[in-house]
Every structure is written in C-alpha cells, then in structure tokens.
Design a binder for this molecule. Structure first.
Ligand code: GDP
Ligand code: MG
Length: 598
C-alpha cells in the first residue's frame, strides 16, 4: 500500500470504557466484518477474554476505509487491554502506531488507566485523539469530561468525538479524524528493511508467527531475513495482514503492520522487540526495541502429575512467546518436585497465565502462594535477594529485611475518601497526598508495601467503592521493614514448602491460620503430632493433631502369625504413598491443598 494512505493507531482507555466495542463498530463500518458475522467484542477472541469480558492481548486488525475525500485508506487498528497488569502489552502496541484513540467513558470521566495510557501514548510521540463514549446513557456528561481531559491529562479535547459504541453514533467521525489527524507512517521505502517484532504467537500449523511493523523498506515471501539481536537468518515463507484472521499477501510495504513466518523454531530466535532486517542489504542499526519488564509477583507452578514436567516446560515456552512479560526459571521443591518459579506483572496476570496454561496447553498445575522478592542484608554485609522463604538466611544472621514498595495513586469519588484511606492504612500504607481533580473526584497518594498490595487490595478497593475507584502505581524501590520468616513445624520438623514471610505484627495471626489449616489436612497418626509456627527458635503458635491408634491387629484373635504379617504388610504398602516427614506421614494431597492458591 502507498504509505501516504496508511494509518496505524491503537485504541487505549481505562478498563470497561468501551475500547473493544468501539473496535467492533469500526470493523462493521468499514465492512471488514459483515454485520451477520459480528459478535460483541469480536477481537477478544480468547476464551478467557470472552468469559471475563476483558481484553488481555492486544489484537491488530486491518481495515480498508473509503474516506470522505474519495480516497481509500488502509487502517491498522490495535485494540489494547486496559487493566494495570497489562500495561506492557499496551506499550508494545503503541510502538507500532502513529496515533491513539483515547476512549473515555463520558459517565465515568478520567480514570487511572486513562491517564497512565494517555501518558504512554504521549511518551511514544503519538497523536492522541480523545473520544467521549457512552453518550447514550442518561448519566453521560460529555462536556464536563471534555474539560476533565484537558485539565487532568493536559491534552486538547476540543475536537473529541462524542460517540456511542452501543448505538453506533459518531463512528464515521472517528474514522474521518483518524484519516485526517493521525500522521501517515514516515519510513522510507528505499531504505534497508527494519521491521519491529511487536508480538509473536505459536501456531500448530505455521510454527512461530511474528507480528511486525515495517518501519523502513519492505518484506516479501522468499526474502532472506536476519534477526538483529541474534544474527540468525531465515527465508520468509509467508507474509500477511490481519483482516482480522491471518491473510497472506504478496508483500508488506513501509509503514505496514502484518505478520510473517519463516520456520523459526524456538522462542529465543523470535524475540519480541527485536528488529528484522534483510540479509542482502542489512540495516546498520536495530530499532530501539522495548524496555525489559520487571516482574512484580512470583509464584511456583508445578505439574500435578510429576511426569508432566516436560509438558509444563513446553507450555511455558509457548506462552512466553505470546507474553513477553512472563518470566520463569526451573526450581525444585521437596513437597512438589520439579517445577518453575514464575514472575508476573500482577495477580491478574498470574491468574490469567495459569488459566491459559491449563486451557491452551492442557497442563494441570499447582500454583503456590504469590510472593514478592525481598532483600535481606546480613550482619556480615552480604545482601541476599530472597525469591522464596527458603532463600532467607537463618534468623541470627539477618541485620535487616527490605521489601519492595510502590507509590499508589487511587482515584475515587469524594464520598469514599475515608474508606479508601482506612484501607491504605490497614495495608501499612504511608499517606503522601490528597487532592481533588474535580469537585467530585479525589486523588489519593500512598506509599504501600507491594506485598500488601498484591493480597486482595484491588478487590477490596472495588468493593469498598462499589467499583468507582481506579488505581495506578509505580515501583519506588526497597524499604527496610520489620519482616520475619515464619516456619511451620510438623513434629518439630520445619517444612520448607509451608514457611512464609510476613510483617511481625501479622505473624501470630497468619501462623495460627496456617496451623489450623494443616491440622485439618494431616491425618491422625499413631502418636500425638505437634504443629507449630515459629520465628527462628521462638514458637509463636502450637496445636496438636491427636493420636489415633489404628490397630490393624485388633480384630486378630489368636496366633495366626501369617495372617498378622499380611495385614501389617498391607498397612506398610498404604504408607509408601505418603510422604514421610520425620515420623509423620503427610499425604501428597495435603501439600497440594495447602499450597495451591485456587
Ligand atoms: P473495554 O474494556 O474498554 O474493551 O470495554 P468494552 O468494549 O468491553 O465495554 C465495556 C462495557 O461497556 C460493555 O458491557 C459494553 O457493552 C459497554 N459499552 C461500550 N460502549 C458503550 C456505549 O456506547 N454505551 C453503553 N451504554 N454501553 C457501552
Ligand atoms: Mg476490551
């Protein structure tokens, strides 16, 4: 296509403000998808997205639009997720675009991810076109929200289209604005090929499919190409566009968005953020690429059946291809065997990743409780990064424990300010600021331990404010805190898989809850079994599993020794399945139900 007739843009917004529904209407209005084939939020094609009603993956789609000026334009649209955990997904998409539609629900106004995503777009030098959605609702107040966009975000909203994605109002105005105001791609047709890989996916038939934005030059079938990060070269087998399914084309020209396949075998060869160039005429420099992501939350994933470890590894590799923000490293646990320590951008991301592994790759897994990474300063000055409780040095060697902190911004209607402040305080938050972005809406800023944030903070905030609050956060480094490692002991033996890190004030409460849970999971033994929670050598909680004499010989009168031996033999066999911890047998199910978070 003639690059002057190409427009690449993303749709960005806070969650639920109507991005995916606007995308539906644009697809319809351009005839990309016939009305009879239309279903709601058609680009949310993953089963999890449809069930949860949220966008998880950015989805590119190409539309042909016959504009009012009589010309036909190629519009590449990328719908993006709105939840804070998927911000990385948004950034990657923005790097493939020149413009962004900033959708704002005209009944809700500017929310946390409206701001966060608008700033991302501005950082990428994109032209931002604000759109006021849901004007069909009686509570819509588009003029007020228009001012909010100008005051709070600081961008011009005088030309913002008032639209209703539901009723199909304002859709043509949006398309006309995209054509008129989003700049055409600036690359050079004659320069050597530079294509940015902005996403990738594993397909059973085609192998690895790379999603690219051609920045300079062109790419066609049969071209010898080279990945600039690895230097590996390939022959292009197929190039195509998203219409919305993978549709092969002859070539991708400068400024275009599409995909290619080239018998790329492993994840490491197709790095998201890498630049593809031509072997015969290579570009001198790679494109800027993406910042490395920093995992926020970690947990262990273990196969339920130990033999399934290779399947889990394979599934993680394929998922990582499609989700560059996922990290994983092998680890072993005495209780659960071989598995992986995985890093995520938040709890929703963790939850979704687990579900995708189970559904898309058919592996059954156990997920251990999520935790953050702590920094332990030892008395000898050494600093240890503790990814799991087992990494903590012995109590006596610790000088200081530091935990990761976030600076949290909450936007809330003014009536809920008191409740939100209480919640932040309960979560060990440190108050920084309160101001009003409009007479009705307050903005609260707290420094909060990340570990407290990941445990139900978002859900609690939503229920306290009936869903009217929104939040955003940034990482601000580590801070010393009074944290302890609590060990759970069964029959005096500490069980590594059951220990946890918490604030000293919560140690008793959480130790007690764990002891009670273990008590119900551990079958009665032939002797009394103490269950304890301890900090170092100090026991803080103690309970007992009562003794139960299960005398298999009780019904054996008389002296038939061979029959007695048979019964004892049988009892022994039954016990082999059980895990021996000291003298106590713990069924594997107990580990699973204690450790698995769902
Ligand atoms: P996204 O999270 O930004 O992709 O939002 P969705 O497109 O999934 O929309 C969120 C909800 O708002 C859905 O229930 C939509 O049906 C609804 N919605 C979207 N646009 C409109 C609109 O213009 N008017 C009304 N009344 N509802 C809308
Ligand atoms: Mg959506």
């Amino acid at each position: 296509a003639d690059p002057r007739k190409v427009r690449n843009f993303s749709i960005i917004a806070h969650i639920d403000h109507g991005k995916s529904t606007i995308a539906d209407r644009l697809l319809e209005a351009t005839g990309t998808i016939a009305k009879r084939n239309m279903k709601e939020q058609i680009l949310d094609n993953m089963a999890i997205e449809r069930e949860r009603g949220i966008t998880i993956k950015s989805v590119p789609v190409r539309m042909d639009y016959h504009a009012a000026d009589g010309q036909t334009y190629v519009l590449n649209l990328i719908d993006t997720p709105g939840h804070v955990d998927f911000g990385y997904e948004v950034s990657r998409s923005l790097a493939a675009c020149e413009g962004a539609l900033l959708v704002v629900d005209s009944t809700q106004g500017v929310q946390a991810q409206t701001l966060a995503n608008a700033y991302k777009a501005v950082d990428h030098d994109l032209t931002v076109l604000p759109v006021l959605n849901k004007i069909d609702l009686p509570s819509a107040r588009p003029e007020e929200v228009r001012r909010e966009i100008e005051d709070v975000i600081g961008i011009d909203a005088s030309e913002a289209v008032c639209c209703s994605a539901k009723e199909g109002i304002g859709i043509h105005e949006i398309l006309e604005q995209v054509v008129a105001r989003v700049p055409a791609p600036r690359g050079s047709e004659d320069a050597p090929l530079q294509a940015l890989i902005f996403d990738a996916v594993y397909d059973n038939y085609r192998g690895i499919v790379c999603y690219v934005r051609i920045v300079n030059g062109a790419m066609q079938r049969g071209d010898a190409i080279k990945m600039m990060a690895t230097g590996a070269s390939y022959a292009v087998e197929e190039v195509g566009v998203f219409s919305p399914g993978w549709t092969p084309v002859e070539a991708l020209g400068v400024g275009e968005v599409g995909y290619f396949t080239a018998s790329i075998k492993t994840l490491d060869e197709a790095r998201v953020g890498d630049t593809v160039t031509n072997v015969a005429r290579p570009a001198e420099k790679a494109l800027p690429g993406y910042q490395a992501v920093k995992s926020v939350v970690y947990c262990g994933f273990y196969p339920v059946e130990r033999d399934d470890f290779p399947q889990l590894r394979d599934a993680l590799e394929k998922l990582k291809l499609n989700d560059a923000s996922l990290t994983y490293d092998p680890e072993t646990s005495t209780a659960l065997g071989f598995g992986f320590r995985c890093g995520f951008l938040g709890l929703l991301h963790m939850d979704i990743s687990r579900e995708r592994l189970e559904r898309e790759f058919d592996v059954h897994l156990v997920a251990t409780a999520p935790n953050v990474v702590y920094r332990v300063v030892k008395k000898d000055g050494e600093v240890v990064e503790a990814h799991r409780p087992g990494d903590f040095p012995p109590e006596g060697e610790i000088r200081e424990v530091q935990e990761p902190m976030i600076r949290l911004t909450v936007y809330t209607p003014k009536d809920y300010v008191g409740k939100v402040m209480q919640l932040c305080q309960d979560k060990r938050g440190v108050y920084l600021n309160l101001d009003y972005i409009t007479p009705e809406r307050a903005r609260l800023v707290y420094d909060l331990p990340l570990a407290e944030f990941i445990v139900e903070f978002y859900d609690k905030l939503q229920s306290l404010t009936r869903g009217y609050a929104s939040l955003d956060y940034e990482h601000i480094g580590f801070r010393a805190s009074n944290l302890v490692k609590v060990d759970m002991l069964i029959n005096q033996e500490p069980i590594d898989a059951f220990s946890f890190i918490c604030h000293v004030d919560d140690a008793y409460h959480r130790g007690h809850a764990s002891a009670m849970k273990l008590k119900t999971l551990i079958p009665n033994q032939l002797f009394e079994v103490p269950i304890q929670a301890s900090i170092g050598k100090k026991v803080i909680v103690r309970t007992n599993v009562r003794a139960l004499r299960k005398d298999v010989l009780a019904k054996c009168y008389g002296g038939d020794i061979s029959r007695k031996n048979k019964l004892l033999e049988k009892q022994k066999k039954g016990k082999e399945r059980l895990k021996q911890i000291g003298k106590v047998s713990i069924p594997p199910e107990a580990f699973l139900s204690f450790l698995d978070v769902n």
